[in-house]
Design a protein around this ligand. Structure first.
Ligand code: GAL
Length: 403
């Protein structure tokens, strides 16, 4: 009897304490992160201004809710009790004050640390302090932790992320856990158990199709990231997402390229984490980022990652099955010239083997909606005729026309 109770206790403790927060990130997380634009130059005023911009620009209403502070928020040393300390010049009123402000604007607050001894920018890492740090974040009211992978010599990735996952869980606060180990240890294979999203590559850079080497690693433009990880579709889904990195929308590509970038992150069911300076964003950038019809594709409850249906020549067609038998399509012009599209729906069978869903344009009529121009384009009974500018996208939603 005693043995049975011990076993039972053991079982209860495993099931109670070893898991990630539930009911978090049931659709891809949406928010903003400081790194792409500000690096370690972050401070209290910036956070407050960005929080205000979320509200004033309609970003909060469009669904963005996590404001995430990346590397550089800490002082260079822990205090005498080994607690992390916010940089005193950057955050003179402490972190709780900032978190409270973000919450008062109806947003959630995210913070960054690293599984190693030091963060990538050289601030104190969490190795050996996981439970202490998690407790501190929970006391501050943190809702999201991005956890990086620098300076982790000899650490086992799955084990290190599990330790932090358990530390977060032990706080009793539902904290979204964002795994950032750059896809080095195939996090998609173990990430679902450990966290809510995982980076699938090294860092993004603001270009359409470039790679920039930094010695041991390279930053990747939008298309190299997509191409590298288009095959890991089956690992993404509600509560656990392939993270294609913070977006570079508004950071220097053309407006058309930004539309493609945003469309593709939405098609891929990637978290939509903005990485631009919201205080000075152009109207066009905000129009792209707040496009509710595109966002609805990203937030579709099925959470299926799009696949490349065809990539002949300069036109790539990406397809994403949506709930209720609906479909999203992205026709992307990869070329430097404008192209004309004349697409006969019946001639191109669309079947997604992963989700076992089929577009039945031969016996169901679908209504077609153009998501960037907010226009109805007729139905699949007639050919789709359109022209698409260089590096631009025609993004569509097909809805069965059932009367
Ligand atoms: C990298 C990470 C970036 C950013 C940076 C901070 O490892 O991929 O997104 O967090 O560290 O130092």
């Amino acid at each position: 009897m005693r043995n049975i109770s011990i076993l039972l206790l053991f079982f209860i403790s495993i099931t109670t304490f070893s898991q990630k927060a539930k009911d978090v990130a049931t659709t891809p997380p949406m928010g903003w992160n400081s790194w792409n634009t500000f690096g370690t130059e972050i401070n209290e005023q910036l956070v407050k201004d960005i929080a205000d911009a979320f509200v004033d620009l309609g970003l909060r209403d469009a669904g963005y809710n996590y404001l995430v502070l990346d590397d550089g928020w800490m002082a260079k040393e822990r205090d005498e009790n080994n607690n992390l300390v916010p940089g005193p010049n950057k955050f003179p009123n402490g972190m709780k004050d900032v978190v409270d402000y973000v919450h008062s604007r109806g947003l959630k607050f995210g913070i960054y640390n690293c599984a190693g001894n030091k963060t990538c920018a050289g601030y104190p890492g969490s190795r050996g302090f996981e439970y202490q740090d998690a407790k501190l974040y929970a006391e501050w009211g943190v809702d999201f932790l991005k956890y990086d992978w620098c300076n982790t010599e000899n650490l086992n990735a799955k084990g290190a992320y599990q330790t932090m996952r358990d530390a977060l869980y032990a706080t009793g606060r539902p904290i979204l856990f964002s795994i950032c180990e750059w896809g080095d240890n195939d996090p998609w294979k173990w990430g679902e158990e450990m966290g809510h999203m995982w980076r699938v590559t090294g860092d993004i850079i603001n270009c359409w199709d470039c790679k920039v080497g930094h010695g041991t690693w390279s930053s990747l433009g939008v298309w190299p990231i997509i191409k590298l990880r288009k095959e890991i579709r089956k690992y993404t889904g509600p509560g656990h997402w392939n993270d294609f990195d913070m977006m570079e929308v508004g950071n220097g590509m053309t407006a058309a390229e930004d539309r493609v970038h945003f469309a593709m992150w939405s098609m891929l069911s990637s978290p939509l984490i903005m990485g631009n300076d919201l205080r000075s964003a152009s109207k066009e950038t905000i129009v792209t980022l707040t496009n509710k019809e595109v966002i609805a594709v990203n937030q579709d409850e099925l959470g299926i990652q799009a696949y490349c249906h065809s990539d002949e020549g300069e036109l790539e067609i990406w397809v994403k099955p949506l709930h209720n038998g609906e479909w999203a399509f992205a026709f992307v012009n990869m070329s430097k010239e404008r192209i004309e599209v004349d697409y006969e729906w019946n001639r191109h069978p669309v079947k997604d083997d992963l989700s076992n869903r089929e577009l039945k344009a031969d016996h169901i009529v679908y209504k077609i909606r153009d998501l960037y121009n907010h226009k109805d384009l007729g139905t699949t009974k007639t050919n789709l005729k359109s022209d698409i500018g260089s590096h631009d996208v025609l993004m569509l939603r097909l809805v069965p026309d059932i009367k």
